[in-house]
Design a protein around this ligand. Structure first.
Ligand code: F6P
Length: 358
């Protein structure tokens, strides 16, 4: 059957976005003969005049497997339900997205994005009948209903390499060094990279920390001749004294303190005799070449998204469950966030190898 299907990327970029687009286009064109239309900058490409849409061909998707970023562009400020105009005022333009998609002859849209994008997509389908299929993306790996989002493994690799590099400096200078990695709400990157990179302390948003316990860990290491300490800090980690704060207050506390690693370092001031330094890894975790594991997952997701379209399973999101790629309802997928379980097996593994959570 001849079909015309849109595809877009939304939210922060993640390594593997292009690999999903490539796989979807290959399967859609080679095996089904569909037309695939790329929508630029998430839903913005449908809302602007002229619309920013472009036909995607096998040729235009060549060489994309290993390329970071997204050829379609993205934005994490593109919610059509609260669209911010050039004059700064906000209005609901969600119905225009569905209308523009219909006018462009799109049967539906494959939206590749994180929790925000998937929630918007689900609302567009529910409120305006726009047919959507979701592909879960975020380096944070905090989407419920899928065991993995692509981009996560690459971010963990980069953060682990950063820890390896900081290790030698920390050891040479006998310092306490703090590495801040992404993860505003969920500390999966910090936890995975911390264990893999041999961190001594891991600070997570899910486990508010006690600076005295970090200092005790630093001193205990010193007592056995380990004169340095490596601390990995998730972007949203805060001390116990901030545990009761609202999300806005937490954000403000981190902003005032110049980020989670700087806040943690300041908390240790006077408690340990070491020189201390902090490093923010930032967007380096999101850019560049995806790892083979992420290329593989992204390719599986792209193909699976085309299979959901072929089966008319609109309103579902592809997901990895126990090694299999399946379709799950978007309503279920967007109902909750996947946080680190403070009593889960990875935290227990870390504790069992002497890692402190402060
Ligand atoms: O959601 C992915 C993420 O990398 C978060 O961990 C981080 O807080 C955020 O994006 C940063 O976004 P921005 O690109 O707007 O700085």
């Amino acid at each position: 059957m001849s079909r015309r299907v849109g595809i877009s990327t939304g939210g922060g970029d993640a390594p593997g976005l292009n690999a999903v687009i490539r796989a979807f286009v290959k399967h859609a064109i080679r095996d089904h003969g569909w037309e695939v239309v790329g929508i630029e900058d998430s839903f913005d490409g449908l809302l602007e005049t002229p619309r920013r849409l472009r036909a995607l061909s096998l040729r235009s998707c060549q060489g994309l497997l290993h390329r970071g970023g997204t050829i379609l562009g993205t934005t994490n400020r593109g919610d059509p339900f609260t669209y911010v105009g050039p004059d700064g005022t906000t209005r609901d333009r969600s119905h225009e997205v569905a209308q523009a998609a219909a006018e462009a002859g799109l049967e539906g849209i494959v939206t590749i994005g994180g929790d925000g994008t998937q929630r918007i997509s689900h609302r567009l389908m529910r409120d305006h009948g726009l047919k959507v299929i979701g592909v879960p993306k975020t380096i944070d790996n905090d989407l419920a209903s899928t065991d993995r989002t692509f981009g996560f493994q690459t971010a963990v690799d980069i953060a682990t390499e950063a820890l390896d590099r900081l290790h030698t400096t920390a050891e040479s200078h006998e310092r306490v060094m703090f590495l801040e990695v992404m993860g505003r709400d969920a500390g999966h990157i910090a936890l995975h990279a911390g264990i893999s990179g041999g961190a001594d302390v891991i600070l997570l948003p899910e486990i508010p920390y006690d600076p005295d316990l970090i200092a005790a860990k630093v001193r205990a290491r010193r007592d056995v001749g380990r004169l340095f300490t490596l601390v990995v800090v998730a972007e949203g980690a805060l001390p116990k004294t901030c545990a009761g704060m609202s999300p806005e207050e937490r954000k403000e506390r981190l902003r005032r303190g110049h980020g989670a690693a700087a806040v943690a370092m300041a908390q240790l001031d006077g408690l340990v005799p070491h020189e201390m330094r902090h490093v923010i890894l930032g967007h380096i975790q999101r850019g560049g070449t995806p790892t083979p594991a992420d290329r593989l997952l992204a390719t599986r997701y792209g193909v699976a998204a085309a299979e959901l379209v072929a089966a008319d399973r609109w309103g579902e999101m592809v997901a990895l469950r126990n090694g299999e790629v399946v379709g799950v309802s978007m309503a279920e997928a967007t109902s909750s966030q996947k946080l680190v379980d403070p009593d889960g097996s990875l935290v227990r593994t870390a504790r069992a190898t002497g890692i402190s959570f402060g």
